[in-house]
Design a binder for this molecule. Structure first.
Ligand code: C5P
Length: 303
């Protein structure tokens, strides 16, 4: 028997960041939107825990127990007092270290897949609790759609969306480390008063209406100055997308992937072509949002 789960990437349409907390994390008002770029995670019984990965960025994915997919299997097995004896295979399409929750997606995917494979019977609430232990973005990878994350981003409120949004993503030549971007945020914020992070009512309304123009007017990312400070060339990518007619151009999460909101699929194609021609990024993808969360797509009998 093997179980395959499909998990989406995310873009943050609002990322409001508060001051650093005593535990080093930051309180957030984080509006997540799941986008139709996916990883696939397949789990199969094995003698011991192993991880393999295929896809364009596969060589950058750690295959040891630091991989969030491996940690998810270990966490669920630990709660049931069983061995995490499973082979995890990841087909990776979400950019690695790109600020699109690729690692988190694999964690949520492996967790859902192992819960099925082992018939572990974890409820949605238990799965969400394990996800929150694994990382701030992991619960959203399980849930998908659109949601507001508060606390360090892990406490989710599901949001309604009234339509679909067309996005273009430009992947950068190198990655950015999330902790490094938050540290740079702290450095840039030194001596300033950091307000409590709150979700923008205008932005939530735009999502609920499915209004791309209103969404474009309301998107924001407090980590963007920190990402640009560590990776100044991203400004050229943002300019190239804006020049090609993007309604909004922003760094996705902690970056370095940049995200461009398009009015419709034709506009998305035009923006994608212009970004490819600009020579300011490694690859370009288009995707529609919202996408469903982690979903079991295949259960296969052992051969
Ligand atoms: O929770 P996760 O493992 O994804 O977080 C990665 C790193 O990002 C944390 O170790 C921390 O440095 C930073 N972070 C933060 N505040 C958050 C979420 C993440 O400072 N709310």
């Amino acid at each position: 028997m093997s179980v395959t789960v499909r998990v989406p990437a995310k873009v943050n349409v609002q990322l409001a960041v508060g001051a650093a907390r005593p535990d080093g994390f930051h309180d957030l008002a984080n509006v997540f939107l799941a986008v139709g770029l996916h990883d696939q995670v397949t789990v199969t019984p094995a003698d011991e825990l192993t991880v393999t990965c295929e896809g364009p960025d596969a060589e950058q994915v750690p295959l040891d127990r630091t991989n969030l997919a491996a940690r998810a299997a270990i966490a669920l097995a630990g709660r049931r007092g069983i061995e995490p004896a499973v082979h995890i295979h990841i087909v990776k399409d979400i950019p690695v270290a790109g600020g699109m929750a690729g690692g988190s997606a694999d964690g949520a995917g492996a967790l859902l897949a192992c819960n099925e494979l082992w018939r572990a019977g974890a409820s949605r609430a238990e799965l969400l609790a394990i996800c929150a232990d694994l990382g701030s973005d992991v619960p959203f990878s399980l849930v998908g759609g659109a949601a507001l994350g508060t606390g360090r981003g892990e406490r989710l409120t599901v949001l309604e969306t009234g339509g679909t949004f067309q996005w273009v993503f430009a992947m950068a030549e190198r990655g950015l480390s999330t902790p490094a971007v938050f540290r740079e945020f702290d450095r840039l914020a030194r001596g300033r008063d950091i307000p409590e992070p709150v979700a923008s009512a205008q932005l939530l309304q735009a999502l609920a209406k499915g209004d791309a123009d209103a969404l474009a007017a309301a998107v924001s990312n407090d980590l963007q100055p920190a990402a640009l400070s560590l990776f100044p060339e991203l400004a050229d990518t943002l300019d190239a997308g804006r020049g090609a007619g993007a309604l909004a151009a922003l760094v996705s999460g902690s970056g370095p992937t940049t995200a461009f909101l398009a009015r419709d699929p034709d506009a998305a194609t035009k923006i994608a072509d212009a970004l490819r021609a600009s020579g300011t990024c490694r690859t370009v993808r288009t995707a529609t949002a919202p996408a469903p969360g982690a979903t079991v797509t295949r259960r296969a009998a052992a051969r």
